[in-house]
Design a binder for this molecule. Structure first.
Ligand code: FAD
Length: 410
């Protein structure tokens, strides 16, 4: 079999892989990216959070993205019946970006990949990783081209950014069940012909149907919008087997958005992803690191996916470069422990969202402005800032504040 050599092989050309590639290309590292699909391709995960702007900036991708006029996003709004909780990123605690974008991912991911390719990085599209051998001094990865031919790639280091493809977790038996409850999701796009004026276009809106069941509305700058539901997997069983009919049945349950989407045909048959949360036994091994969804995925509720994907992609790229340069890297502390710190904070917030505590705080009629700004920083993705008590004490603080609010109300 033909064999190629590269310093770093990146599996997957999603945002995680492209941030890794952007950083490494700036440091003149010999790179190859292997991507299973042909771009543009659909992907879910359209509402970004401000923390990922820092990562795109470090990878040299911010200006490219900015040129394309994606919808700017300044905050998030949560609605349950007549109750509304709104967060404006400019009011958040601490440093950091006050805005980000909402993006149709097919276009967004394609722009990132085109930019990286234009800088001379070899991206092999429609090429799939099918096997991996980590028993030799250097890893050897087998890829299959569209025409069925196979090639071996010997790399000094492999960054697995294969998203839900989860290439190395599957091939190296690293999969682990997530500790989070099993949720599923169904979603589609519509083309809105009469979007109301006003700031609704500059936010993500969540409408809560039941404590564990919620709907998203994500408007884009191209006049389209993303609509979706997330709920415990069993909740979806009550609806029709036909996804289009089922989606309409769910839409008819909405309160705030009731009737708003009745005249729109879905752009594609609503797609379903079951059992969303994913985990792994370890985020790294000898000569490889897992990033983005290939590493860990919690839940869509705080739109943290792309932020984690780019944070881990950037961190893994920096450490791989260090290792390539002959420096010692402690992957446990410098990578896994660092990433797990952020994952732990968001895990607490996911837990506290679905047990209702966070919703008690979000929908409180007279919210404490200091708490709100500290929670807002978490929603913006600044989950490593321990000066924020809502980061530092993430395990208990939301529950304690919710208890206090509920005592006050009783
Ligand atoms: P991806 O973007 O999935 O890229 C992985 C790439 O790897 C793909 O292009 C794939 O083709 C390629 N690949 C797979 N297998 C192979 C193989 N064998 N060989 C070569 N290439 C391969 N995140 C947000 O930030 N905001 C949101 O609003 C949001 N909403 C979500 C809603 C739902 C219902 C779900 C399920 C997720 C949501 N997410 C959201 C999460 C978001 O989708 C992901 O976190 C993000 O896309 C991960 O990026 P990535 O680069 O790791 O993976």
């Amino acid at each position: 079999m033909k064999r190629e050599f590269t310093d770093i092989l990146i599996i997957g050309a999603g945002p995680s892989g492209m941030v890794s590639a952007g950083y490494l290309q700036q440091h003149n590292v010999q790179l190859k990216v292997v991507e299973k699909q042909r771009f543009p391709r659909f992907s879910i995960g359209e509402s970004l959070i401000p923390r990922c702007m820092d990562n795109f900036a470090e990878a040299g991708l911010l200006e490219t993205i900015d040129k394309h006029g994606f919808q700017r996003k300044f905050g998030a709004r949560f609605i349950k019946n007549e109750l509304v909780g709104e967060f404006d990123f400019s009011q958040k605690f601490g440093e950091g970006w006050d805005w980000t974008w909402q993006v149709p991912r097919a276009d967004f991911d394609n722009i990132l990949a085109e930019e990286i390719a234009s800088r001379g990085v070899d991206i092999a599209f429609e090429t799939e990783v099918i096997a991996a051998d980590f028993t030799k001094e250097n890893p050897v990865i087998t890829i299959q081209h569209k025409n069925g031919e196979q090639t071996e790639i010997e790399a000094k280091f492999v960054i697995d950014s294969s998203g839900f493809g989860r290439v190395l977790p599957r091939l190296l038996d690293l999969e682990k069940p997530s500790k989070l409850e099993s949720h599923s999701s169904i979603f589609t796009h519509i083309e809105e012909t009469d979007r109301p004026d006003g700031k609704e276009g500059e936010l993500i809106t969540f409408e809560v149907l039941e404590t564990e069941v919620w709907f998203w509305y994500i408007p884009f700058s191209n006049g389209k919008a993303s609509l979706g539901f997330v709920a415990p997997t069993a909740w979806f069983d009550q609806f029709d087997g036909d996804p289009k009919i089922a989606f309409n049945q769910m839409i008819s349950k909405l309160n705030y958005y009731n009737g708003r989407f009745d005249n729109y045909e879905p752009e594609f048959i609503p797609r379903k992803i079951k059992h969303i949360a994913k985990s792994v036994k370890s985020l790294f091994g000898k000569n490889f690191a897992l990033t983005g969804n290939s590493a860990e995925f919690l839940d869509p509720v705080f739109s943290s996916g792309v932020s984690f994907a780019t944070e881990s992609g950037l961190k893994a790229a920096k450490l791989a470069l260090k290792e390539l340069n002959g420096e010692n890297v402690d992957w446990q502390t410098e990578y896994e422990d660092y990433m797990n710190e952020g994952i732990a904070v968001f895990s607490s917030y996911v837990r506290d969202w679905y047990n209702g505590d966070l919703q008690d705080i979000f929908f409180h009629k007279s919210p404490n402005p200091e708490f709100k700004s500290q929670i807002c920083a978490v929603l913006a993705g600044y989950v490593w800032n321990k000066e924020n008590p809502f980061v530092k004490k993430h395990k208990r603080i939301v529950g304690s504040v919710a208890k206090f609010i509920n005592l006050e109300n009783s």
